[in-house]
Design a protein around this ligand. Structure first.
Ligand SMILES: CC(C)(COP(=O)(O)OP(=O)(O)OC[C@H]1O[C@@H](n2cnc3c(N)ncnc32)[C@H](O)[C@@H]1OP(=O)(O)O)[C@@H](O)C(=O)NCCC(=O)NCCS
Length: 184
């Protein structure tokens, strides 16, 4: 396993966060083959199950940029009660004790607090295992739900970038939210 790859399962009261593997693709595909998952990044949408499997294979290998000294971790969130997949979180750990996170919850499972619970576990992991002190979340300025999740976790808005093409969708703009952590 390369330095840029780290794979840790995480637990929360209601969820298990499993490191993403290509074997997850078939199970996740019905949830991801839904345009509502890709509203703010339509060009990132995998077209087929094979595309999704290939994406998960790349994620499993970790960052393809060894010179950048960054680490990727990707998880799928599974309900401990029902055994169903609910969504995903991801983290890119970059320089200066900083990480970027993202989260997505499948449409039928939204508004149950799962994004906040999964992101909270992801952040604690980044703090305690990777020594991260600063977490950034970037989202389209129209993405009210993502802003609500970030704010509910204590992130604060630090920047607005207008005219950027996040997720290769239509040029609008993105917000940058920041959470500063105390030393673990
Ligand atoms: C953003 C997303 C992950 C939220 O998932 P979720 O599981 O529904 O969020 P939670 O239930 O944990 O909600 C956390 C907080 O955000 C609020 N929230 C969630 N969705 C919201 C919405 N559409 N509008 C307003 N507030 C919303 C919740 O009410 C809760 O706040 P509260 O504690 O004050 O009530 C989900 O909508 C999604 O997957 N969107 C598509 C992918 C995406 O855009 N990801 C973000 C890119 S970083």
């Amino acid at each position: 396993m390369s330095e840029s790859t780290a794979r840790h399962a995480l637990q929360t009261p209601r969820l298990v966060l499993e490191p993403t593997t290509p074997e997850h693709a078939r199970e996740a595909w019905p949830y991801l083959d839904d345009e509502r998952m890709w509203e703010f990044f339509p060009d990132l949408r995998p077209k087929t199950l094979d595309d999704l499997r290939a994406l998960y294979r790349r994620w499993e290998r970790g960052s393809p940029f060894p010179n950048r000294n960054e680490t990727w971790e990707n998880w799928l969130c599974r309900s401990r009660e029902t055994g169903l997949l609910l969504g995903a979180t991801q983290a890119t750990i970059v320089a200066n004790d900083t990480a970027h996170i993202a989260y997505g919850i499948y449409v039928v499972h939204r508004r149950n607090g799962y994004a906040r619970e999964a992101a909270h576990a992801t952040i604690e992991h980044l703090q305690h295992v990777h020594g991260v002190r600063r977490v950034l979340a970037e989202m389209d300025v129209r993405n009210v739900a993502s802003v609500a999740v970030a704010e509910s976790l204590g992130f604060r808005h630090v920047e607005t970038r207008l005219g950027v093409r996040r997720g290769y969708g239509p040029a609008t703009g993105e917000f940058v939210y920041e959470l500063c952590l105390t030393r673990a």
